[in-house]
Design a protein around this ligand. Structure first.
Ligand code: ATP
Ligand code: F6P
Length: 381
């Protein structure tokens, strides 16, 4: 039997799956095997899979031997098809044909237990016992916070890779998955426009993005949606919703027949509301359009919550390229004997490594404002 590899690098995906995670896995594995001659272990199911494996071993020498044997006996696709395997030694074939596929072949998860120091300690112990030289974590804000804690609490090298469709990480211009999610939203808007035009309707589409409006505003800019409402504008009052409805009505008076309105899921309301923003806005708009004496009382408003449609699908070339660039930076940081832990980032369009907890790029907030202004000025109404 082949012996368990010396000083492998481990990689996991955590948080919401993001298109580009597979392209990143392929790149980290291929660069490891082809360029650096370092084996890569894929950890299934994010921190949850790591914690599960740590629990199974439970610090016991014979269980550790058994896990290593299981890994070496089930490398690559053989391990991937066995749902019981938490850790898989990746080979060339296991990352073949996955670059453009959404999701992640390793699986991802949210793991509440990872907030507990003793649980992270068990994960660190397992990685140390397996001789892992570095752990690469692809995920969003929360996953990278978990990675930062691992870096502080161990001597392992820990590298984070921003992967979230939310684009809510302010130290990087782009995270993996954003380009694809924007692409998908443009596709969705193009579909909704057909009905909006045919029925002369207002379509209110709710995008993902957590507390950030970046995904919605990028999608608005790229699709030409007439209106975009983001959390950065502050809570939406009744008056603000009426002002938006007035804007639509006034465009209709000038001969416009339809409108696509994007609202980011993070938009809050004043007074607070528990329903999805798309439905609240629909009700406010519909009430306004149907008021007594209104000029377009038959104007219909239809809400849609786009949901997980935005996370899946074919990865764009932009995300595949960013994934390769991030993987290259990750390897540089792993192999640099003087290099420290850190997160890959795109700054001034250059892939680089920044320390955990590094400050926000001031340009990020400015770029959001600039995008909003550009969208307004490009709008034909
Ligand atoms: N403060 C924390 N301490 C330790 N682990 C954390 C912390 N925050 C998050 N994590 C770990 O990271 C996982 C993913 O976090 P979260 O659900 O916030 O998603 P995310 O990484 O921000 O991705 P996405 O942007 O796609 O939602 C959590 O389930 C948990 O395991
Ligand atoms: O898939 P889940 O766990 O419902 O999470 C949804 C959340 O994850 C994201 O898709 C990515 O962070 C957010 O935009 C959204 O709020």
């Amino acid at each position: 039997m082949i012996p368990f590899p010396d000083s492998p690098v481990a990689v996991l995906c955590s948080g919401g799956d993001a298109p580009g995670m597979n392209a990143f896995l392929r790149a980290i594995v291929r660069l490891g095997l082809n360029r650096h001659k370092v084996p890569v272990l894929g950890i299934r199911g994010g921190y949850r899979g790591l914690v599960r494996a740590a629990k199974q071993v439970n610090g016991e020498a014979d269980e550790l031997v058994r896990l290593k044997q299981e890994i070496t006996a089930n490398t690559g696709n053989r391990g991937l098809i066995d749902a019981k395997m938490s850790i898989i030694q990746m080979d060339h074939a296991s990352v073949s044909g996955i670059m453009g596929k959404g999701g992640t072949i390793l699986g991802s998860a949210r793991c509440l237990d990872f907030h507990k120091p003793e649980v992270r300690r068990s994960a660190i112990q397992l990685l140390e016992n397996l001789g892992v030289r570095a752990l690469v974590v692809a995920g969003g804000d929360g996953s990278l916070t978990g990675a930062k804690l691992l870096a502080e609490e161990s001597n392992l090298k820990i590298i984070g890779v921003p992967s979230t469709i939310d684009n809510d990480l302010q130290f990087t211009e782009m995270a993996l998955g954003v380009d694809t999610a924007v692409h998908t939203l443009v596709w969705a808007v193009d579909h909704f426009i057909d009905t909006a035009r045919s029925h002369r309707r207002v379509m209110v589409l709710e995008t993902m993005g957590r507390e950030s409006g970046d995904l919605a505003r990028m999608a608005a800019l790229a699709s030409g949606a007439e209106m975009v409402i983001t959390p950065e504008g502050g809570p939406l009052t009744e008056e603000a919703m009426i002002a938006y409805a007035e804007e639509i009505e006034s465009a209709m008076t000038r001969g416009r027949g339809h409108a696509i309105v994007l609202i980011a899921e993070g938009v809050k309301f004043d007074p607070p509301q528990s329903r999805n923003g798309a439905y609240i806005l629909r009700d406010a708009f519909q009430k306004y359009f149907q008021r007594e004496g209104a000029p377009f009382q038959d104007l219909e408003v239809r809400p849609s919550v786009l949901g997980h449609l935005q996370r899946g699908g074919h990865t764009t070339p932009g995300d595949c390229i960013l994934a390769a660039r991030f993987a290259e930076e990750a390897w540089k940081a792993i192999l640099d004997p003087n290099g420290s832990n850190g997160i890959t980032a795109l700054q001034h369009n250059k892939a680089t490594i920044v320390p955990f907890g590094c400050p926000d790029l001031p340009e990020r907030a400015l770029s959001s404002v600039a995008m909003d202004r550009l969208h307004d000025d490009l709008s034909s109404w």
